[in-house]
Design a protein around this ligand. Sequence first.
Ligand code: PMM
Length: 262
Amino acid sequence: MGVLNVTPDSFSDGGLHASVDAAVAHGLSLFEAGADIVDVGGESTRPGAAAVDAAEERRRVVPVVRGLRARGARTLSVDSTKAEVAAAALDAGADMVNDVSGLRFDPAMGPLVAERGVPIVLMHLRGDFETMHREPRYRDVMGEVVEELRTGLARAASAGVRPEQTIVDPGLGFAKDAGHSLEVLRRLPELAALRRPVLVGPSRKSFIGRVLERPAGQRLAGTAAAVAACVLAGAHLVRVHDVREMADVVRMCDAIRGEAAP
Ligand code: PMM
């Protein structure tokens, strides 16, 4: 899954795609580089980022989804916690929803996804975008992530979402400090208990910066190491900015796992 942030302030690629045309061209280049899915997002979740209302988020996301769809994009995902934005993106041709709140922020999201019959990523996040970076505390981080994702799956089911349309994500860096994110990566196989495909988003994140003491623009090798750890631990999807490089990492890990004969 390639990341296409159409926000003025995302932490690692914010402001890069000033125009719709530039964003569409970048999205197409992610598919050419080997992405199976491109995830289009119009709200930054960076600490301290300004909240975006649904109308502004729609204005950012919809033309880019429409442009990509018109130019033959493969699978398109919309990264939003708002049902209104997701509905507009699905109308414009998106195929699936990536909800980092795991259906917690907008009660209309579950019913929308159920009605449209599209896949949904349920990510683990505690609190909201404002509070999630304030000293997250866990007794047993992976145990609690698994249980809270299980609750998210139940929330989806009670909204009428078919279980086979759900994907789970432990939410690296969301209400997790660097130690928590590293422990989640170390214990990733425990997510198999949920019996759903697993998506992980380690790309350029601050836990890599904490280990390597490098800014977001210099975390390519750190991201490669984290992506390898994810794939070798059984992740089915990885959400990354540097698609060409990470596609090689994934192919290599698949070969090591014996899943892709050379
Ligand atoms: N991370 C970000 C945004 N959306 N969605 C999922 N499912 N998983 C993630 O880890 C995730 C996400 C934040 O990173 P970005 O600002 O580079 O998009």
